[in-house]
Design a binder for this molecule. Structure first.
Ligand code: IFM
Length: 457
């Protein structure tokens, strides 16, 4: 990587690892409810029990030699009743974690929202309701005031497309709603709450750096046929541009406003304003950020005739010589490098950080107790190389976070999908670093040696 300031990290999220569902006055979230109502094969009630084993997890990270740890804060732990008084016991958990990270030389990167909306806020309408923006600002303020003196890297939202569209359009994720207009209202309020939280964090965490972690699905057309080219452009608008464009100040893409309107998701005639997009919202959404976080896993081939939200079942072909991960996702590091250049050329973010990248493989302990996850190493190596290529092409890459530190709860896929550098036995909670954890430690050390031998600049 270009310089010694490059940040190497790992990431997790609260619901996926913490467990301790009822500890210290934690309220239920929409994911607790999703599990309770039978929409998940397994719940996060115990997960990796990180809430009680966090010291061990910090030690595992220290052994890897990482610079930074990206975790998310559970809104339901730190604010009573969604928008009530601060929950001191919950805040103390994150405060102790942050102190331990800093004492170990690991920089905390905190995400405010990784999908676990307080259930009480959902019962008042959730993200489709504008009042949720105010509740989120209050939550951001509580967290900023408590941790902002020690946490200097903030991510407002993780993967707003997933929260809005898997949560409110396909209904696959909590809260499990299936309506296009509802999804677009949710997306708008999530984006607005991002912009507002940027301001809140700047005032409560002086000198901090703030960004957002956008998920992306780059795509290529199945053929030169104009129908395939148009289908790919629509998919890009549905999946990527609807979020990237407003965050970077150009508003919602016109072609997609009309495409959504044509599908009955936005009321009114061509050219009418979006009713829930009030004066000033787009300005707030475009609040200047210090870095763009990108979560990248795969890219797709798009042709005409597929549902816009359909992403599985892409046939193997010459475009994916590296094969598929166990999520069924094509392994496409070249598309990753190309997309980083594209994002930089299109939006010109000040800095770009890979806030998530990783692969699910189920390799477990051999008879001697070691875990030789060579496929994960190959995946990560190819993607780190893609980041290096983008950096060499002039993209301001400043960090890379492996998803994930631990084998954790992969949402509706349960514990079967394992993304961790560290194996977790979910019956006992035992952790075993995999070969990929040692590979990552060595990769980081080699990058540091190479950066220092080049010297400053
Ligand atoms: O586990 C998820 C994470 O919560 C968000 N980004 C994608 C990961 C793998 O599916």
């Amino acid at each position: 990587m270009p310089d010694s300031n490059f940040t190497w990290g790992v990431g997790t999220s609260a619901y996926q690892i913490e467990g301790a569902r009822h500890a210290d006055g934690k309220d239920p979230s929409i994911w607790d409810h999703f599990a309770d109502t039978g929409r998940m094969p397994e719940s996060g009630d115990v997960a990796c029990n990180h809430y009680h084993r966090w010291r061990e997890d910090v030690a595992l990270m220290a052994d890897m030699g990482i610079d930074a740890y990206r975790f998310s804060i559970a809104w339901t732990r730190v604010v009573h009743d969604g928008d009530g008084t601060p929950n001191t016991a919950g805040l103390d958990f994150y405060s102790r974690l942050v102190d331990a990270l800093l004492a170990t030389g690991i920089t905390p990167w905190a995400t405010l929202y990784h999908w676990d909306l307080p259930l009480v806020i959902q019962e008042r309408g959730g993200w489709p309701e504008r009042s949720t923006v105010g509740a989120f600002e209050h939550y951001a303020e509580v967290v900023g005031r408590s941790l902002g003196d020690r946490v200097h890297h903030w991510i407002t939202h993780n993967e707003p497309w997933v929260a809005a569209f898997l949560g409110h359009f396909t209904g696959d994720f909590a809260p499990g709603l299936s309506d296009g207009g509802t999804a677009l209202r949710a997306a708008h309020h999530i984006l607005l709450s991002h912009g507002r939280a940027v301001d809140v964090l700047r005032s409560t965490s002086p000198g901090c750096e703030v960004g957002i972690a956008l998920d992306c699905r780059p795509s290529t057309p199945a053929s030169d046929d104009p129908a395939d080219v148009a289908a790919r452009h629509h998919f890009d608008g549905f999946r990527n541009r609807w979020f990237f464009d407003p965050v970077f100040g150009t508003g919602y893409p016109d072609d997609m406003v009309e495409a959504h309107r044509a599908r009955g998701r936005i009321p009114g005639a061509t050219g009418d304003p979006i009713p829930w997009d009030l004066d000033g919202d787009l300005h707030a959404i475009a609040a200047p950020i210090d870095f763009l976080g990108l979560n990248y896993y795969t890219s797709l081939v798009r042709g005409a005739g597929r549902e816009e939200s359909e992403e599985s079942g892409v046939a193997p072909g010459p475009d994916v010589p590296e094969g598929y991960t166990e999520m069924g996702w094509p392994i496409t590091p070249d598309a990753f490098a190309e997309y980083l250049v594209h994002v930089h050329e299109t939006y010109r973010p000040a800095a770009m950080v890979i806030t998530e990248n990783g692969a699910s493989y189920s390799d477990g302990p051999d008879p001697d107790g070691t875990i030789d996850d060579q496929r994960r190493i190959a995946y990560l190596d190819a993607h780190v190389d893609a980041v290096a290529r983008a950096a060499a092409a002039g993209v301001p890459m400043t960090g890379y976070f492996v998803w994930s530190l631990l084998d954790n709860l992969e949402w509706t896929s349960g514990y079967a999908q394992r993304f961790g550098l560290v194996w977790v036995d979910h019956a006992t909670g035992e952790r075993i670093p995999k070969a990929s954890a040692r590979w990552y430690r060595d990769r980081i050390a080699a990058a540091r040696v190479s950066a220092s031998s080049r010297g400053p600049g």
